[in-house]
Design a protein around this ligand. Structure first.
Ligand SMILES: O=C([O-])CC(=O)C(=O)O
Ligand SMILES: [Mg+2]
Length: 387
């Protein structure tokens, strides 16, 4: 049993939307295939992965360093002790050989993308959905019913309040009961009007989260907090720079409602620093670490261990990124849910075909691996890469 090859292609996921920090006009994502020599149900097992939106494709790093390390490794060194499957941690250690600690920039995205494909292959070789494999490995009961919320509400040329309201209404019509919109890309008074328009639209049918994408300095974060705290928000997300733990912790003094952050922290050490110094409150705040951007599930498991040490429940995690990998982690390990972008970043985001959102939850189908084969538009792109 061995990995024959890793392939990568960088795909556009561009759109004219904008958050408070970036636009997505040139956004790309790496799609990776881990091709094995294992055959299941008459078909060669290929694991797939991709990175979530917001960070660009990583073809350069993947080709120059990470693919080569796997290709040069003794294939037996990547197997588990029983030699009946790949060992994701051994593959991970090979990927990360000769990498210094710290500086978790783009390489965490490259490794996270390959790691997703490795776990997909491992679950397919085991013949199980990844969420069931994870639950078994951790001695837990899987719960295939997962909370999901609809992220959108971007700034968009010519988008007025009625378009924003119509967008949010569309999410409610599709079964969501928490929706998210961007803030910080317009003056505070205008954002307040946008928020009030959405609150009027969703009424008591749903709750609203807002996301500043790390745009604010402390004064601005507090100025927003003074306004936002009078609204019944689901959370106030990523007010300031992701690594400015002091800002986050001072903000907590001005914002009694739930805060969320973590999508731009890419290692368990950074996550640990957030828990130590960021003033985040385990009884109400939310952690959004996204394995696809942060060295993958092998590292995410270390992050979950840090949560446990710091007295946090993993049910406070609702990852960023809207991909099926985090849905599997949520169903298998008991996270609080997952992000979803009903109208964006297709075909990468979303659920297997036929999965519907009801009362803000989906039920995971019983597909081997991560479940990409159940989403036709996505699997078409994946198959093209593997052929
Ligand atoms: O706009 C983005 O970069 C995505 C984002 O922050 C989110 O989904 O929370
Ligand atoms: Mg965000």
């Amino acid at each position: 049993m061995q990995i024959l090859e890793i392939r990568e292609v960088t795909k556009p996921i561009a759109s004219p939307i904008r958050n408070a920090y970036i636009d997505f006009s040139k956004m790309t994502s790496s799609l990776v295939a881990v091709v094995t020599d294992v055959v299941r149900d008459g078909k060669r097992v290929v694991g797939y992965g991709f990175n979530s939106n917001g960070r660009y494709g990583q073809g350069g790093l993947i080709r120059e360093r990470f693919m080569r390390r796997v290709a040069e490794a003794d294939p037996a060194s990547l197997l588990n002790d029983a030699q009946d499957n790949l060992d994701p941690d051994r593959v991970w250690a090979t990927l990360m050989s000769n990498e210094k600690p710290g500086g978790h920039g783009e390489r965490s995205v490259a490794v996270g993308t390959i790691d997703m494909a490795v776990w997909d292959a491992v679950a397919k070789i085991a013949g199980k959905p990844l969420f069931r494999l994870l639950a078994e490995r951790h001695g837990r009961e899987a719960d295939p019913r997962v909370f999901v919320y609809a992220a959108g509400g971007y700034y968009y040329p010519g988008k007025d309040l009625s378009a924003l309201r119509a967008e949010m209404r569309g999410y409610l019509d599709r079964g969501y009961n928490v929706v998210k919109m961007k803030i910080g890309g317009a003056p505070l008074a205008e954002d307040a009007r946008r928020i009030e328009a959405v609150l009027a639209e969703i009424g008591s049918q749903a709750q609203l989260a807002v996301d500043a994408n790390g745009r604010f300095d402390l004064d601005t974060a507090i100025a927003y907090a003074r306004v936002l705290r009078d609204y019944p928000l689901f959370w106030y997300e990523e007010a300031g720079d992701p690594l400015d733990y002091r800002l986050q912790s001072v903000l907590a003094e001005y914002y009694p409602g739930p805060m969320a952050t973590g999508e731009n922290l890419f290692s368990h050490q950074d996550a640990r620093n957030l828990l130590r110094y960021g003033g985040m409150r385990p009884d109400r705040d939310w952690l959004q670490f996204d394995c696809a951007l942060s060295y993958g599930l092998c590292e995410y498991l270390r992050t979950l261990r840090e949560l446990e040490i710091a007295g946090w429940s993993c049910s406070r995690c609702i990852p960023h990124g809207g991909h099926q990998m985090s849905l599997n982690i949520a169903a298998g390990l008991g996270l609080g849910g997952n992000e979803s972008y009903p109208d964006l970043f297709q075909p990468y985001g979303g659920f297997p075909d036929g999965v519907r959102v009801e009362n803000g939850h989906i039920v995971m189908p019983e597909l081997p691996g991560i479940g990409f084969e159940g989403k036709q538009d996505l699997y078409k792109e994946m198959r093209e890469l593997a052929q």
